[in-house]
Design a protein. Structure first.
Length: 291
């Protein structure tokens, strides 16, 4: 699988973000070969067609569709490139985290690292036009880069990300709050980083120094699901990812995810999907698209 790296010196100075239209970034890989990238991507389709397989989601790409991609998410595109018109917004975590004191900011955004809802929204023309105007300001600032340009660029990027978070939260009836409930976002960060090694609720509550009851209260308030449900979602995601994008057998996947026996993993998977891991893998390999 090919991994694409962020081009830090595209504009002659090191800048960990980029913005532009498809005409300005014509080499973006809209291909159906499996690939990923080491940076955050938000793609705004003014004209779209076909669909995207993003990890375990199949996302239809219509006009006014916005797609959110976190670093290293695996994807395949099934589109007609000649009929696409879009804007790209790319950035690396450190562009924001090295400047803002809040290291959890990107985990506070509902559309990144979301295992429950679609990683896309459809917006109206006026909202997309508002964002396009900000893109133009961003691109102008980048192309006429000055000593204080990074401050303006970060401010505009921050504005876009928060506006998108409100739109995404409204679309899926989630909390758009990003300033409070730090416990919930710390838990989300821990899950993203450690779910492959531990699926035990007590482990996470101990790491956060709070009780299971308190952790559940914060998580339920922010994400609308219980701690157990969120752990199950992330665990299921990990299993599916190995089944779809690796050649590991069930025993090897079970060992990798710290299951004492492979049949425990199989039982968990079947209880949550209705089919066995083998049936899931065979269906995909035989041409059944993920949904």
């Amino acid at each position: 699988m090919t991994t694409f790296n962020f081009l830090k010196n595209k504009y002659g100075v090191e800048l960990l973000m980029d913005v532009g239209t498809y005409k300005e970034i014509p080499h973006y890989i809209f291909e159906n070969s499996l690939h990923n990238a080491d940076f955050y991507e938000i793609i705004f389709f003014t004209k779209g067609n076909g669909y995207l397989e993003l990890d375990q989601q199949k996302i239809k790409i219509a006009n006014n569709t916005i797609i959110f991609i976190s670093p290293f998410q695996k994807r395949k595109w099934f589109v007609n490139k000649l009929k696409i018109d879009c804007y790209f917004l790319f950035f690396q975590d450190s562009f924001l985290s090295n400047f803002f004191s809040d290291k959890l900011f990107l985990f506070r955004l509902q559309y990144f690292y979301n295992k429950t809802n679609s990683l896309s929204i459809k917006v109206n023309d006026s909202f997309l036009l508002q964002l396009q105007n900000v893109f133009k300001e961003l691109l102008c600032e980048i192309k006429s880069f000055q000593s204080n340009s990074e401050h303006i660029i970060r401010a505009l990027l921050y504005f876009i990300l928060i506006k998108l978070n409100r739109a995404y939260a409204d679309c899926y009836r989630l909390s758009a709050e990003t300033e409070n409930n730090t416990i919930a976002f710390l838990f989300k960060q821990l899950l993203q980083n450690e779910i492959g090694n531990n699926q035990n609720i007590n482990y996470y509550s101990r790491k956060l120094g709070i009780s299971r009851v308190t952790l559940n209260k914060y998580v339920k308030s922010q994400f609308g699901i219980t701690v157990s449900e969120m752990i199950n979602e992330y665990t299921l995601f990990e299993i599916k990812s190995h089944l779809l994008y690796s050649n590991l057998n069930i025993n090897e996947i079970a060992f990798l995810l710290n299951y004492s026996e492979a049949n425990h993993l199989t039982r968990f998977f079947k209880n949550n999907t209705g089919i066995s891991p083998k049936e899931f893998r065979n269906a995909y390999q035989n041409g059944s698209s993920i949904t």
